[in-house]
Design a protein around this ligand. Sequence first.
Ligand code: PEP
Length: 252
Amino acid sequence: MKRQKIAAGNWKMHKTFEEGQGLAQEIRTMAATEVMPEAKLLIFPPYIHLQAIAKQLAGSGIGVGAQNINQNEQGAFTGEVSASMLKSIDIHYTLVGHSERRQYYNETNASCAAKIVTSIKHNIVPVYCIGETLAEREANAHFSIVEEQLSAMKGLSNEDAAKCILAYEPVWAIGTGVTASADQANEMHIHIRKCVANMFNDEIASGISILYGGSVKPDNAKSLFAMSDIDGALIGGAALASRDFIDIAKSF
Ligand code: PEP
């Protein structure tokens, strides 16, 4: 099965409103002439940008997503944003379980499971982020940790599981300049696909896009994308410069 190739940019807590508009415009202009149509671009700006950038990029084919979503429908959850609010401004993607949210905001596999369910219920595609810490890798627990994180998808129907995108991001490679080698990343992607096959079936496992994240740059993207089970990238730092982001998207 042919899987979707995806370059996704996570802007984290960067860019003022004007800077965000500028970056989105540059990405739109460059993507139109430089990126092959089979590659899907996604950007995840901070909340304040979402409505404006979704309008700005309408018709471009570039998807816009939130960096987080609340699992509840509505209510007294100060500071949070719901799925129906996102839908009301035409947002169709969200990150779930980014390691920074797990580390600083106590997100757990259980809260991620609820966020995945809520997202899908509102037709928002969850990009579910998983990955081990350095200590977990050194203890040789990386495969089991990732399997445990994937269990957040367990309650989904086959149909809903097929709507998810996965992002393997070893925590030790995020924002550190250290990338997992293409072989290390691919080995984990193969493991993830096996776990998905065990939870659902082979068809879903072979169809689901699995992105790699962790210090992806224009100079290492090609070797990562050449691997059998790496379908794209979730990009942090390099997604803040349009030239770098587009060069990564051109590496498929
Ligand atoms: C990320 O934030 O998801 C990420 C992978 O960051 P960086 O590319 O900067 O390592």
